[in-house]
Design a protein around this ligand. Structure first.
Ligand SMILES: C[S@@+](CC[C@H](N)C(=O)[O-])C[C@H]1O[C@@H](n2cnc3c(N)ncnc32)[C@H](O)[C@@H]1O
Length: 265
């Protein structure tokens, strides 16, 4: 009887494939056991988990680009109420099915949509998980600003990075004849990838570490720890931005996201 039910689950898992996340389902089934990156993304979670509060009871979390839900499930297991957002219905189908297997469906709201929809959703989150999505976006800074607007306590940010060498001492006001300084390997830079990267035409951007830090800072986040090998930055919101910058970001977000066309009239 048990063997028959495991066989049924195995075949449903197969029908729902291909899988990007190797989920370890309670029945012992793995959804992507031959993943080219190994036990993905379990090994990432093992490294990040110690930096996340063990008890997330009372926390509202948002997993942007949730895919099959690996991180959503880990956050829900710690007690968070999670909104799992993904643009791709294929992955949401997998995540919804797996949530039932884990008995976590009641703690999770699945939403098909894009990160840019945050411009129109009137909800805040204690924890936002923004992993593996930033570099796939044509408008990454807009997405980051929208996410920061919604983050109350903790942002887990991951992106594809490019080589760099520390953080340059960037002047408060760079002069037009000082642009040579941008050749410094420690200058914040984000490389644009016009063609494919690792066979994927949606890998548009690769920022160096100095640039990731600068982008996060200029969105109003303070980096509290970095897992360099995983290109992952844990951040908390600050009040460090001056009033002019805060207002400039707010206006740009509204205009760029089409949230309030009246601001340009
Ligand atoms: C590389 S996978 C990362 C999945 C997961 N966050 C992780 O780190 O393992 C990118 C995911 O983001 C989703 N995605 C891509 N563009 C998106 C967008 N504009 N808004 C929301 N999700 C998006 C994809 O469908 C895919 O599930």
């Amino acid at each position: 009887m048990a063997a028959r039910s495991t066989g049924r689950l195995q075949s449903t898992s197969h029908e729902l494939g291909p899988w990007f996340h190797n989920l370890h389902l309670p029945d012992g089934i793995e959804t992507a056991p031959d993943h080219p990156l190994g036990d993905f993304p379990s090994y990432k979670w093992q490294a990040i988990a110690p930096h996340i509060p063990e008890d997330l009871t009372g926390w509202r979390a948002l997993d942007v680009g949730c895919n099959a839900g690996f991180f959503t499930f880990e956050l829900a297991k710690r007690g968070a109420e999670v909104t799992a957002l993904d643009i791709d219905p294929h992955y949401l189908r997998q995540a919804e099915w797996a949530a039932e297997r884990f008995g976590l469906s009641d703690s999770i709201t699945f939403r098909q949509g894009t990160v840019y929809d945050l411009a129109r959703l009137d909800e805040d989150y204690d924890l936002v998980w923004f992993m593996g999505v930033f570099y796939h976006l044509r408008y990454p800074q807009l997405a980051l600003d929208l996410i920061v607007e919604r983050t109350r306590r903790l942002l887990v940010f991951q992106t594809l990075t490019s080589p760099g060498d520390g953080e340059a001492d960037v002047p408060a006001n760079l002069r037009i004849d000082e642009r040579q300084r941008m050749l410094d390997p420690a200058w914040p830079k984000m490389a644009f990838i016009e063609h494919q990267f690792e066979d994927d035409p949606t890998n548009w951007w690769a920022a160096n570490d100095a640039c990731v830090r600068a982008l996060l800072r200029s969105s109003g986040m303070r980096v509290i720890s970095v897992l360099t090998d995983l290109e992952t930055y844990l951040c908390e919101p600050t009040d460090d931005l001056d009033a002019w910058t805060r207002e400039a970001i707010r206006r740009e977000c509204r205009v760029a996201s089409g949230r309030d066309f009246d601001v340009v009239s």
